[in-house]
Design a protein around this ligand. Sequence first.
Ligand SMILES: Nc1ncnc2c1ncn2[C@@H]1O[C@H](COP(=O)(O)OP(=O)(O)OP(=O)(O)O)[C@@H](O)[C@H]1O
Length: 309
Amino acid sequence: MIEVRELTKRYGDKTVVDHLSFTAEPGEVTGFLGPNGAGKSTTMRMIVGLDAPTGGSATVGGKAYAEHAAPLQEIGTLLEAKSVHPGRSARGHLMALAHTHGIPRRRVDEVIELAGLTSVAGRRVGAFSLGMGQRLGIAAALLGDPAIVMLDEPVNGLDPEGVLWVRTLLRELADDGRAVMLSSHLMSETAMIADHLVIIGRGRLLADTTVDDFTREAGGGGVKVRTPDVLRLRSLLSGPDVSITSSSPGELLVTGREAREIGTIAAEHGVVLHELTPQAVSLEAAFMDLTRDAVEYRSAPAGTERKAA
Ligand SMILES: Nc1ncnc2c1ncn2[C@@H]1O[C@H](COP(=O)(O)OP(=O)(O)OP(=O)(O)O)[C@@H](O)[C@H]1O
């Protein structure tokens, strides 16, 4: 488990992490979300002792990172600023790490295979694509078979197959009982991976919730339905907690009923559906709503970046 209590970091007179408290529990994937500059990397760096907190504490498995005799076996991390010697092969890099941490050689081959790097394990890391570098970083994080895995933007630079691989891998790691934490600034991507969400803005906690609750509150279960029989479907779906609006002919936005329920009712009454789409996009909108006041950089109308007031 990762436990963060009242964690605070100041650089000069700027507070970048502000009395932040949350936990990342075993058996769960915790999505750590926030806009650019929210303080995610700084928090993660403090968790593994790379930055010293100005106040508060962070523990992994009940102790400060530095107090662990074999930290790589306790927590595996992928942080953005990783230093890999470009002249070394992927296998050479992992071997060196394993050697200095008393990890057996066969574990290196295991993580190479797990990360899908077998065919390029002998290649110089300097020639790796961004995606291959991410896979190598994840392989290194798993080297010590840690109880806790913490990854900063792990899907950055990965192609769709790579994103799916990360998603499946993190799910498996959590299902095995590990505490998994990943940072991202992409709400919809994170919602597909995580169980638990910790959302921050300007270093402060904005929400500590589950993906299910966030989704329910964000979308209210909105489902877009297209049918040639709008009037009939409307009357079949109506009910006390159901709201149905129509933005164009043949199209309804239904809240208060799930897609599965709508599909079943339509089928039972022989109503043809041309589309049945849960409105996942509202997740991103809810995230932007929540973090609006906490965005440090946003596009000005002319497209130039400026500091928000
Ligand atoms: N060493 C430092 N000195 C001064 N300010 C810093 C330092 N490191 C980070 N910051 C500032 O702290 C704030 C938080 O940065 P951090 O990298 O933790 O955010 P983040 O949420 O990880 O952002 P991103 O999604 O862009 O990676 C930023 O305003 C950044 O400029």
